[in-house]
Design a protein around this ligand. Structure first.
Ligand code: AR6
Length: 161
């Protein structure tokens, strides 16, 4: 496994799959979710409508449509409440996304910092969970990119990698 930290817009990446920090409806929203739907086009929403939503900590896969990425893996992070199961659910987002990557022969995957925007997860805690969970999921040959939209997140990931 090869892990890299990059700064920028996840919708522009030429990878097998990008991960979307979605909500349980899977019908779009703000933040990275809105950006991915805008860039992928209306067909993404049409496919998402067929999926029947997604539970927190789980993940579902669609095609990437107008994106360079072949697939979008939609996962639903926890809204931060400072409870014990926040970290379990966030960890589960990364694990479920990696499990779908393995099943779908995905060899490059880009993650945004799930839950650290609208859902309020403290960035330092969330980045630690992301890195630890991905490092532990060392099952096959895959390039993993942590994509940071802001300098603070970029700094945190770089300190951890
Ligand atoms: N590329 C990479 N990262 C991005 C981009 C982008 N284009 N845009 C934002 N980020 P958020 P959440 C970063 O709020 O906290 C939506 O409305 C952002 O700076 O997108 O999991 C959904 O529909 C932050 O670091 O996701 C849900 O309702 C990270 O992506 C809810 O927000 C995650 O921020 C999910 O909230």
């Amino acid at each position: 496994m090869n892990i890299q930290v990059i700064k920028g817009d996840i919708t522009k990446l030429d990878v097998d799959a990008i991960v979307n920090a979605a909500n349980s409806s899977l019908l779009g929203g703000g933040g990275v979710d809105g950006a991915i739907h805008r860039a992928a086009g209306k067909e993404l929403l049409a496919e998402c409508r067929l999926l029947g939503g997604c539970k927190t900590g789980e993940a579902k896969i669609t095609k990437g449509y107008n994106l360079k990425a072949k697939y979008v893996i939609h996962t639903v992070g926890p809204v931060y409440h400072d409870r014990e199961d926040d970290s379990v659910l966030l960890e589960s987002c990364y694990k479920s996304s990696m499990a779908l990557a393995l099943e779908n022969d995905i060899h490059s995957i880009a993650f945004p910092a799930i839950s650290t925007g609208v859902y309020g997860y403290p960035k330092d805690k969330a980045c630690k969970i992301a890195v630890k969970t991905i490092k532990e999921y060392d099952k096959y040959d895959i390039d993993v990119y942590f994509v940071c939209f802001d300098s603070e997140t970029y700094g945190l990931y770089n300190d951890l990698i």
